[in-house]
Design a protein around this ligand. Structure first.
Ligand SMILES: [Zn+2]
Length: 145
Protein backbone atom coordinates (compact mmCIF):
# COMPACT_ATOMS: atom_id res chain seq x y z
CA UNK A 1 0.00 0.00 0.00
CA UNK A 2 1.50 3.27 -1.01
CA UNK A 3 1.63 6.32 1.17
CA UNK A 4 -0.90 8.34 -0.85
CA UNK A 5 -3.53 5.59 -0.73
CA UNK A 6 -3.10 5.17 3.05
CA UNK A 7 -3.52 8.89 3.48
CA UNK A 8 -6.69 8.83 1.31
CA UNK A 9 -8.19 6.04 3.47
CA UNK A 10 -7.31 7.92 6.65
CA UNK A 11 -8.97 11.14 5.43
CA UNK A 12 -12.08 9.25 4.25
CA UNK A 13 -12.41 7.45 7.59
CA UNK A 14 -11.89 10.71 9.44
CA UNK A 15 -14.64 12.37 7.38
CA UNK A 16 -17.00 9.47 8.05
CA UNK A 17 -16.20 9.73 11.76
CA UNK A 18 -17.00 13.46 11.72
CA UNK A 19 -20.29 12.91 9.87
CA UNK A 20 -21.32 10.08 12.21
CA UNK A 21 -20.45 11.97 15.40
CA UNK A 22 -21.48 15.47 14.44
CA UNK A 23 -24.97 16.14 15.77
CA UNK A 24 -25.36 18.86 13.11
CA UNK A 25 -25.10 16.27 10.36
CA UNK A 26 -27.62 13.90 11.91
CA UNK A 27 -30.73 14.01 9.84
CA UNK A 28 -34.03 13.95 11.63
CA UNK A 29 -37.49 13.47 10.23
CA UNK A 30 -39.29 16.76 9.56
CA UNK A 31 -42.41 15.42 11.30
CA UNK A 32 -41.50 12.98 14.11
CA UNK A 33 -37.87 14.08 14.61
CA UNK A 34 -36.63 10.46 14.45
CA UNK A 35 -33.12 10.07 13.03
CA UNK A 36 -33.02 8.43 9.61
CA UNK A 37 -30.66 7.70 6.75
CA UNK A 38 -31.13 7.52 3.03
CA UNK A 39 -31.04 9.77 0.04
CA UNK A 40 -29.77 13.32 0.57
CA UNK A 41 -33.01 14.93 -0.55
CA UNK A 42 -35.07 12.76 1.79
CA UNK A 43 -36.67 14.75 4.64
CA UNK A 44 -39.00 12.21 6.25
CA UNK A 45 -38.17 8.93 7.98
CA UNK A 46 -41.01 7.08 6.24
CA UNK A 47 -43.73 7.42 3.65
CA UNK A 48 -46.21 7.46 6.56
CA UNK A 49 -44.57 10.56 8.06
CA UNK A 50 -44.41 12.21 4.64
CA UNK A 51 -48.11 11.52 4.07
CA UNK A 52 -49.09 12.70 7.59
CA UNK A 53 -47.06 15.87 7.19
CA UNK A 54 -48.77 16.80 3.92
CA UNK A 55 -52.18 15.88 5.34
CA UNK A 56 -51.61 18.20 8.35
CA UNK A 57 -50.30 20.97 6.09
CA UNK A 58 -53.36 20.70 3.82
CA UNK A 59 -55.74 20.69 6.81
CA UNK A 60 -54.12 23.83 8.23
CA UNK A 61 -54.18 25.54 4.84
CA UNK A 62 -57.85 24.64 4.30
CA UNK A 63 -58.76 26.02 7.73
CA UNK A 64 -57.09 29.37 7.02
CA UNK A 65 -58.37 29.57 3.44
CA UNK A 66 -61.97 28.66 4.24
CA UNK A 67 -62.83 32.01 5.87
CA UNK A 68 -61.49 33.85 2.81
CA UNK A 69 -63.33 31.44 0.51
CA UNK A 70 -66.60 32.14 2.36
CA UNK A 71 -66.22 35.90 1.82
CA UNK A 72 -65.37 35.43 -1.86
CA UNK A 73 -68.36 33.13 -2.36
CA UNK A 74 -70.63 35.59 -0.57
CA UNK A 75 -69.33 38.42 -2.79
CA UNK A 76 -70.07 36.31 -5.86
CA UNK A 77 -73.57 35.48 -4.55
CA UNK A 78 -74.31 39.19 -4.02
CA UNK A 79 -73.24 40.01 -7.60
CA UNK A 80 -75.19 37.06 -8.96
CA UNK A 81 -78.29 38.12 -7.00
CA UNK A 82 -78.03 41.68 -8.35
CA UNK A 83 -77.42 40.69 -11.97
CA UNK A 84 -79.76 37.71 -12.00
CA UNK A 85 -79.56 35.05 -14.65
CA UNK A 86 -79.77 37.28 -17.69
CA UNK A 87 -78.42 40.76 -17.04
CA UNK A 88 -74.86 41.31 -18.20
CA UNK A 89 -74.28 44.62 -16.48
CA UNK A 90 -75.88 46.94 -14.00
CA UNK A 91 -74.99 50.18 -12.25
CA UNK A 92 -75.53 50.36 -8.51
CA UNK A 93 -74.57 52.77 -5.73
CA UNK A 94 -71.47 51.71 -3.89
CA UNK A 95 -73.29 52.23 -0.58
CA UNK A 96 -76.10 49.88 -1.63
CA UNK A 97 -73.52 47.21 -2.38
CA UNK A 98 -71.76 47.85 0.93
CA UNK A 99 -75.12 47.51 2.76
CA UNK A 100 -75.40 43.99 1.34
CA UNK A 101 -72.10 43.27 3.13
CA UNK A 102 -70.17 43.17 -0.12
CA UNK A 103 -66.48 43.16 0.82
CA UNK A 104 -64.70 45.26 -1.80
CA UNK A 105 -61.25 44.21 -0.59
CA UNK A 106 -61.91 40.54 -1.45
CA UNK A 107 -61.47 39.59 -5.10
CA UNK A 108 -60.06 36.80 -7.22
CA UNK A 109 -58.24 39.11 -9.60
CA UNK A 110 -57.81 42.62 -10.88
CA UNK A 111 -56.78 44.19 -14.17
CA UNK A 112 -56.72 47.51 -15.95
CA UNK A 113 -58.05 48.04 -19.44
CA UNK A 114 -56.35 50.25 -22.07
CA UNK A 115 -58.16 53.33 -20.72
CA UNK A 116 -56.70 52.68 -17.26
CA UNK A 117 -60.04 51.58 -15.80
CA UNK A 118 -59.56 48.99 -13.10
CA UNK A 119 -61.72 45.86 -13.10
CA UNK A 120 -62.03 43.82 -9.91
CA UNK A 121 -62.90 40.19 -10.46
CA UNK A 122 -64.84 37.70 -8.36
CA UNK A 123 -64.88 34.43 -10.24
CA UNK A 124 -67.15 35.00 -13.27
CA UNK A 125 -68.21 38.50 -12.23
CA UNK A 126 -66.46 41.86 -12.11
CA UNK A 127 -67.03 45.38 -10.95
CA UNK A 128 -65.66 48.81 -11.78
CA UNK A 129 -65.85 51.70 -9.32
CA UNK A 130 -66.50 55.27 -10.41
CA UNK A 131 -65.72 58.56 -8.68
CA UNK A 132 -69.46 59.29 -8.70
CA UNK A 133 -69.94 56.61 -6.04
CA UNK A 134 -71.44 54.22 -8.55
CA UNK A 135 -70.27 50.72 -9.28
CA UNK A 136 -70.74 48.94 -12.60
CA UNK A 137 -71.33 45.22 -12.11
CA UNK A 138 -70.44 42.95 -15.01
CA UNK A 139 -70.81 39.35 -15.95
CA UNK A 140 -67.27 38.38 -16.85
CA UNK A 141 -67.89 36.13 -19.86
CA UNK A 142 -69.65 38.96 -21.73
CA UNK A 143 -66.88 41.37 -20.74
CA UNK A 144 -64.17 39.25 -22.39
CA UNK A 145 -65.98 38.80 -25.73
ZN1 LIG B 1 -40.91 10.46 10.88
Amino acid sequence: MDYFYSFYILVTEFNLFIIKNNPMSERRCKLCQSPYSGRRDKIFCSSGCKSDYHHQLRALSNKVASSTDKILHRNRSILFELLGDHENQRRIDRDALAKKNFRFEYMTGCYENEQGKRYYLVYDFAWIEFKTGEVLLLRRKKMEQ
